[in-house]
Ligand binder design. Sequence first.
Ligand code: MV4
Length: 525
Amino acid sequence: MFTKILIANRGEIAVRISRACRDLGISPIGVYSEPDAGAVHVGLSDEAICIGPAASVQSYLNISNIINAAKATGAEAIHPGYGFLAENADFAKAVEEAGLTFIGPGPVAMQTMGSKTGARRAAVEAGVPIVPGTVEPLRSLAEAERTAHEFGYPVMVKASAGGGGKGMRLVESSEELRSAFDNAKSEAAAAFGDDSLYLEKAVERPRHIEIQVFADTHGNIVHLGERECSIQRRHQKVIEECPSPINESGLRDRMGAAAVKLARAVNYVGAGTVEFLVADATRDFYFLEMNTRLQVEHPVTELVTGIDLVREQITVASGAPLSFSQDEVRWHGHAIECRVYAEDPDNNFFPSPGTISYLRVPSGPGIRDDSGVEENSEVSIHYDPLISKLAAWGRTRSEAIDRLRRALDEYEVGGIRTTLPFFRAVVRDEEFRSGKLDTGFISRFNARRDGARATESGKQDPEGRLQEDLALIAAALHFVRLQRRATGAGLPAADNQSRWKMGGRAALHDGRSLIGGGSKGLRDK
Ligand code: MV4
């Protein structure tokens, strides 16, 4: 077994991995960017190495600095967490070439699944159903027109290098195809440096259900059941559950068997997730993509199966067989997780960076909060604004929701806006409680929650793209100001008023300050 593991990540997932290391008697080694020197994950490490300045490309994505940090501290293995380098096959290769163990699948399985068309071909070869469509990148608009006609509209145009919805367009009719094709192509080129696209028939009102798989180096492959991830906003999951509230008998076994078959076909090792779309009407399921990492939402599976996925990742990477067999996996009760983001739900989920001036974290029966922050933590615009994952377990879905509601009401975060008020409304929503979830839930919920405003902005900006652009512009302006300040260049006088100033005072809409004074009434609650 390893004596030291370097954790190549930050925030709540670095904390989570550090805890698994401690449980195994392994020394966790941290890495951090300059502004993260005082971060929670650093304090929980035995040693920590600075790997560069704030920008991720220079720190958490800096392969050589991370490998040098592992060598300098004598770590034998590197856990990448999720995001950053977690699905970068070149990183996995570089780690192995440095004589270290990469805690994850081999680079070949990673590369196969990294190409969405390659993943579709692997699924076809393994006999796993895919959404009807192309399995090679489209060579031209003419080919897109031909195949769309062949499979029938509506279709989805997706980026081969994508995943998670980036570079994806829904196309309802042939008239819309050209612009969707062009837009998806440039979005894919900008996001992935690869503009190749493929095409799928659109599944209407789908549910998004994923299967957790686990494989060891001895040929054992098991599944740990499903997670329901249909509640998404702009292709970002916001609430995840295990089991799926609408799982019917037999579906878990069939989807689990398909996921294991696919993992076996690519010689998978470690934790992986196979995503499926499930058609509402027929309950047919189709392979979507496979994520070759530990996922954000892994705690709901842990709460229901009692299996520590991160511990198992580490023991499997050290060469040990899986600590359980498929027959020993049991699903007990129900778990639901909310992703608590530093975003303002009353302002189209604009990022809300700043200092956490006050924090009260809920606990009690059935509650788990995986957090990466504490009082006085800085939430930076440089990184993902996820501050914690609040999960509730109950014997039934209804009991889990009751506990989640209680925990959300207990939770207080001062100094920044968070998505907590949004979740407090969701757990009180009748449709959510009924469990009839599909991918249209969020837009129906938003319409119910703020009918007037939703219809008003919906007319001009049905997808909220204008709002999204404004958020990007605000973030870019903020970044320019930071750069100017760093280089000593003159700052606009208005900067004192900016809501986006890092380490500055987050202002309310009416100009009141959210921090300072510690007044309870000004917290996000
Ligand atoms: C789809 C789809 C319908 N048909 N693919 C893929 C990535 C995910 N974030 C969104 N994806 C979708 N792919 C086909 N062929 C519908 C979606 C989709 C969706 C899926 C799950 C949860 C929410 C969603 C919201 C919009 C679209």
